[in-house]
Design a protein around this ligand. Structure first.
Ligand code: BF8
Ligand code: SF4
Length: 636
């Protein structure tokens, strides 16, 4: 595999060479060692759900067409798919539960490291959840909001939808989800239900299984929606901020600490303590003090709220260590390659795990606890300062990259920018420009990187093509990472790549918002759980027009999807009615029924459907066609 096939990012390509020099194995080396990958696994036709198996279905030859228990290819494929959706939902919802429980502790005065940073947001959330705030102090409101949120994890009345799903979607969409039995009543019960129904000898109707998976995906939506909003309450609602992205953000003369993972509960406090302990790092010989940077979604969280630079996204996380100047990589949960410990050992980097249920053998574990968050953060920073002295100067290779990135586009920030154009009716300029065609539609880029795709190429290629066709671009997760570190979250990118209509709108709004130029070409909406921010915007537009989400010229794209969480997100995008592109080969191709159901049949049920397309230009074309179809439906 050529380095040019590994990533499009030039700085990262240099570091891949350095890794080779230093005898460090990276994700791409392990990918090559794994070839050829098993065709049964790739198509979803291998079942290991009981110890009579593994059972392999032979799709072409004369081999078995059913498993030992009699499960068909359709059932085997569908069951595995929905377990992925449930795992994604569990991951996002555990994150959400952690935030909700912390808010409860703040409401009960038990978490001194945290406070309510955005009181207005808390009041807005309370009102959305029908909690009266009259004559209540803000701490009491926090407690009630947390308790009402936690009902979504404990409700037993299957007829009562989750509060956070019901209240954040247009009524038409909620009703259709309820009608099709894909509206969850309880996140935990929905996830457990998927595990139960996919046990050997249970649900053996592929369609029924798929619908169960869409419900799990909606549980995922519920978990991320509450995560995003309650994180805003605790840590502030993001506003546009100018910062940097790419591995060029590592500083040779600073104690470099990367926060990696997903949960802002830890990274926020590390950032707070870093400013307090900066002088200590200077005294330890690092003239620039402490330099915090982010990786993956925790990186997106602190980038959005604090302007902390983003070092990189998923696939190149090991390369941050290969710079030879990273003192510590502090990780919490999700998307942390187990390999980083081994890479860290080749340099001086401390890998610090923090969560009791996410440890890495050999790494230093500093247990994080909401009650003693500051003490843990202090310990972590001290470890990093100590590591600075252990650097091997001959191993330092920091890419010479300085890429500006404008981030921080929460739904509130977008509405606020639009309100500078029309104070009374902020959504009007956006809707008017969609109607008049200056903006043809909206695409939300989300999801990961995968060894299946040259890193970041899917995002960058498709974004440029759709921008030319006047599609408004939003991004989250590693998609936001890709688009920021490759220079598309800048005003220059708008001038260079946006079609005339889109450029005119981004310029008008940017100028009105005092940016001295256009909004960036791609609006960074945050981490993966922040995908709910785009739904907030879409719901506001749908409600204003009196239509459903599925009527809007809005598409989703996950060109480099890899994780179970991404499967869950893409699936709820389909459940909400959006044509949803995936650019990696999903492990469902062994079942024609499942493939057709997800790419065609769901269109009649939810209005949404998957567009599976690995060719990036074709994908852009197909998404644009989907946008045109929706425009036609609206008569515009
Ligand atoms: O939650 S995009 S690789 S980092 S799963 Fe992971 Fe995928 Fe990145 Fe964020 Ni999302
Ligand atoms: Fe085989 Fe059925 Fe067991 Fe799966 S559940 S391993 S198909 S016997």
């Amino acid at each position: 595999m050529l380095d040019t096939q590994k990533t499009i990012n030039v700085g990262e390509r240099e570091l891949i060479k350095v890794a080779k020099r230093d005898n460090v194995t990276t994700v791409w080396d392990r990918y090559e060692a794994m070839q050829p990958q098993c065709g049964f696994g790739q198509t979803g036709l291998c079942c290991r759900f009981c110890w009579k198996g593994p059972c392999r279905i032979d799709p072409l030859g004369n081999g078995p067409k059913v498993g030992i228990c009699g499960a068909t290819a359709d059932v085997i494929v569908a069951r595995q798919l929905i377990r992925m959706q449930a795992a994604g939902a569990a991951s996002h919802s555990e994150h959400g539960r952690h935030i909700a429980l912390t808010l409860l502790e703040v409401g009960e005065g038990k978490a001194p490291s945290y406070r309510i940073k955005d009181e207005q947001k808390l009041l807005d959330v309370a009102s959305m959840l029908d909690i009266s705030t009259d004559n209540k102090d803000i701490v009491q409101v926090a407690k009630e909001v947390a308790l009402k949120t936690l009902e979504d994890y404990s409700r037993q009345d299957a007829k009562h939808p989750c509060n956070w799903a019901l209240k954040t979607l247009p009524e038409k969409r909620s009703n259709s989800l309820i009608r099709n039995d894909i509206m969850p009543h309880n996140i935990d019960a929905t996830v457990a239900g998927v595990l139960a129904r996919t046990h050997v000898g249970c649900d053996s109707d592929a369609e029924n299984i798929i619908l169960g998976g869409l419900k799990a995906a909606m549980a995922d939506y519920t978990g991320m929606s509450l995560s995003t909003n309650l994180s805003d309450v605790l840590f502030g609602t993001p506003n546009p901020v100018v910062t940097k992205a790419s591995l060029g953000v590592v500083k040779e003369d600073a104690v470099n600490i990367a926060v990696h993972g997903h949960n802002p509960l830890l990274s926020e406090i590390v950032c707070d303590m870093a400013s307090e302990m900066n002088d200590k790092a200077i005294s330890a010989g690092a003239p620039k003090g402490i330099n915090i940077m982010g990786i993956c979604c925790t990186g997106n969280e602190v980038m959005m709220r604090r302007g902390v630079p983003l070092a990189t996204n998923y696939l190149s996380q090991e390369l941050a260590i290969v710079t030879g100047a990273l003192e510590a990589m502090v990780v919490d949960v999700q998307c942390i390659m187990p390999s980083i410990q081994k890479v860290g050992e080749s340099y001086h980097t401390e890998i610090i795990t923090t969560m009791p249920d996410n440890k890495i053998t050999g790494a230093t574990h500093v247990e994080f606890d909401e009650h003693t968050a500051k003490e843990s953060a202090k310990k972590i920073i001290n470890l990093a300062i100590d590591a600075y002295a252990k650097r091997d100067k001959s191993k330092i290779n920091i890419p010479d990259q300085s890429v500006t990135a404008i981030a921080g586009f929460s739904a509130e920030a977008i509405v606020s920018a639009l309100s500078k154009v029309d104070k009374k009716d902020p959504l009007k300029p956006l809707i008017d420009n969609i109607v008049n065609g200056n903006i043809q539609g909206i695409v939300l880029f989300a999801g990961c990187n995968s060894t299946q795709v040259t890193q970041d190429s899917g995002y960058v290629t498709i974004a440029k093509e759709l921008a030319k066709k006047n599609v408004l671009l939003l991004a989250t997760g590693c998609g936001a990472g890709a688009l920021s570190k490759n220079g598309l979250m800048t005003q220059e990118a708008t001038n260079e790549y946006a079609g005339e209509g889109l450029k005119a709108v981004l310029t008008a709004v940017g100028e009105a918002a005092g940016l001295n130029g256009p909004l960036p070409l791609v609006l960074h909406m945050g981490s993966c759980v922040d995908n709910s921010r785009a739904i907030t915007v879409a719901t506001a537009i749908a409600n204003k027009l009196g239509v459903d989400l599925s009527d809007l010229p809005v598409v989703a794209s996950a060109p480099e999807a890899m994780s179970e969480k991404a499967v869950a997100i893409a699936s709820w995008a389909v459940a909400l009615g959006f044509p949803t592109h995936i650019g990696t080969v999903p492990q469902i191709k062994g079942s024609k029924f499942v493939t057709e159901y997800l790419t065609q049949t769901t269109k009649d049920i939810t209005g949404g459907y998957f567009i599976a397309e690995t060719n990036q230009s074709n994908a852009a074309e197909k998404m644009f066609e989907a946008i045109q179809e929706k425009r036609k439906g609206l008569g515009i």
